[in-house]
Design a protein around this ligand. Structure first.
Ligand SMILES: [Zn+2]
Length: 218
């Protein structure tokens, strides 16, 4: 499974503003240039592993829960968003939803491209999605070792609030649109396993069990 997966460099990702195209092999929730685990220096790896211990994994019922609208834009929310951003960064992720850290708030953070600032969306809703779809490979911090092809709208419009409660409207395409859809799914208890065919799901679950068996044997 690992062999047919490539991590593309930034240059390989089609421009957000360009013509819509098939985006293959980009990874959601994993930085574009993130090296394989073995290549990480010890400190980065230790920090990533520590962050991943805070991320809920498949089997945790919170991942299947629907998060609740946020109505208090206070210091606690700001702290929650900051913590999520730090965890996402340390875990080498490009997106993280509050449910993944066990918080039932409609909050997500993402940074689709390394040069972008961190974006935090509170109470995000998709107000428009393109008819045009794109298929690309996605991973998920809650589903280690799973990489599956997921079809999503190529472009989306999102209405949300920032952590201070200020209304935001975002138009996104390419990887950014994909990450936003992936994270909003988390807020509704939906995982990438629900977005693929039954056969692909069986294959992913089998790979996950094998990886777990390998880890247990170490
Ligand atoms: Zn995910």
């Amino acid at each position: 499974m690992e062999t047919d997966q490539e991590t593309l460099t930034q240059d390989d990702v089609p421009e957000l503003a360009g013509a819509a195209s098939q985006v293959d092999d980009v990874e959601v929730e994993r930085e574009q240039d993130a090296p394989e685990a073995e290549e990480l220096d010890a400190e980065t790896r230790a920090r990533r592993d520590a962050a991943l211990r805070h991320v809920r994994r498949l089997g945790d019922p919170v991942l299947r829960s629907t998060a609740l609208l946020v109505d208090r834009f206070d210091e606690a929310l700001a702290a929650e968003v900051q913590r999520m951003g730090e965890l996402m960064h340390d875990a080498l992720g490009i997106g993280l939803a509050a449910t993944q850290v066990g918080v039932l708030h409609r909050v997500l953070v993402y940074r689709a491209y390394p040069e972008d600032p961190l974006t935090a969306l509170v109470n995000p809703t998709l107000t428009w999605v393109s008819d045009e779809l794109e298929t690309a490979e996605e991973g998920c911090l809650s589903l280690p070792t799973v990489h599956v092809e997921v079809e999503r709208a190529a472009r989306v419009r999102v209405s949300a609030q920032d952590p201070a409660g200020v209304a935001l409207e975002i138009e996104a395409e390419g990887l950014e649109a994909r990450v936003i859809q992936h994270e909003i799914d988390h807020l509704d208890g939906i995982l990438i396993l629900d977005r693929i065919s039954r056969g692909a799901r069986k294959e992913a679950m089998r790979a996950m069990r094998e990886a777990q068996a390998g880890a247990d044997a170490e």
